[in-house]
Design a protein around this ligand. Structure first.
Ligand SMILES: *[C@@H]1O[C@H](CO)[C@@H](O)[C@H](O)[C@H]1NC(C)=O
Ligand SMILES: *[C@@H]1O[C@H](CO)[C@@H](O)[C@H](O)[C@H]1NC(C)=O
Ligand SMILES: *[C@@H]1O[C@H](CO)[C@@H](O)[C@H](O)[C@H]1NC(C)=O
Length: 268
């Protein structure tokens, strides 16, 4: 080719800068490599936390009134497995369904009847029992005339109890007129438990909580409530109706709250 002799010279000049640039290029490649591996490991972490994001909640801020026992669970799945283990324990379920049933349903029915007399609950109330296991409290609500009553628990117990995690209630905002729960001590995220009750209650709706104050719960408890103030603090969108001492199956305090009607205070 005619210009054969020229190109080598023309090419010779650019070669030198390339050679000079080699250390920089390899450094650049090394940096790119390091960056890409670190960013791919970042991506992996994000993917893992995204895949479990439905069960990853912001931890409740430390409270002087609530002692958490979170250290006993390695992960949220661990916690769920541990809670389900009690709920599904065949021996316990047999007791709850037989020996326990009549005694608890009639005790709960007395409680709900007195709340009806006070006007805190009516036959027309839409009612939810949070952490209801086999649904003794739901049966009691229906018995006293509250027909639209249902429970949630990690394991369903049809027809009274549907599957639902109290950290992420399977209901829309402003759904219930009345909620009852005696499992607050099982909440791994107490503020989330409270926020969900507050979210699903209608403005003006009432929640009745049976809790143990300053008593150690059982081995399934995830928190210890040291002071009832700790509970009020978790329900900024509610007014306190009253706090009473009760003797309710190992729980000693009844807290009744009412969701504020003012729209500004509905969803703090
Ligand atoms: C569940 O409970 C049984 C006893 O009822 C026990 O043997 C088992 O180790 C428990 N499993 C977990 C994951 O806690
Ligand atoms: C509510 O329902 C119960 C049971 O059906 C009934 O005995 C009671 O009279 C009802 N209360 C009102 C105020 O209608
Ligand atoms: C439901 O309530 C939550 C918190 O109270 C709020 O963040 C959310 O926007 C509400 N959702 C709807 C659909 O109104």
């Amino acid at each position: 080719m005619p210009g054969d002799s020229k190109p080598p010279r023309a090419a010779a000049l650019p070669v030198r800068p390339i050679l000079l640039a080699l250390p920089f290029l390899s450094l650049l490649l090394l940096l790119l490599y390091v960056y890409s591996t670190s960013s791919s490991s970042t991506t992996a972490t994000v993917a893992i936390s995204t895949s479990s994001s439905s069960t990853t909640f912001t931890p409740s801020p430390p409270s002087p009134h609530i002692r958490m026992r979170r250290s006993r669970y390695g992960s949220y799945d661990d916690y769920l497995r541990h809670q389900l283990n009690k709920t599904l324990d065949p021996r316990l379920r047999r007791v709850w369904a037989t020996r326990d049933w009549r005694r608890k349903v009639s005790a709960f029915a007395r409680l709900f009847a007195s709340l009806q007399n006070e006007g805190l609950l009516t036959n027309a109330s839409r009612a939810l029992c949070v952490g209801a296991r086999l649904g003794q409290e739901v049966a009691a609500l229906r018995q006293v005339g509250v027909a639209d009553a249902v429970g949630i628990d990690l394991a369903p117990a049809p027809p009274l109890v549907v599957r639902g995690d109290f950290h992420a209630q399977p209901f829309g905002n402003d759904t219930f007129d009345f909620e009852f729960s005696n499992v607050f001590d099982h909440a791994l995220y107490p503020s989330r438990f409270a926020a969900e009750v507050q979210r699903t209650l209608r403005p003006g709706g009432v929640v009745v909580l049976h809790v143990a104050v300053h008593r150690r719960g059982d081995k399934y408890s995830a928190n210890d409530l040291l002071d009832v103030q700790g509970l009020f603090g978790l329900f900024p969108g509610c007014d306190v109706v009253r706090v009473s001492k009760v003797d309710a199956f190992g729980l000693d305090t009844e807290v009744i709250l009412r969701k504020k009607r003012s729209p500004a205070a509905q969803h703090p």
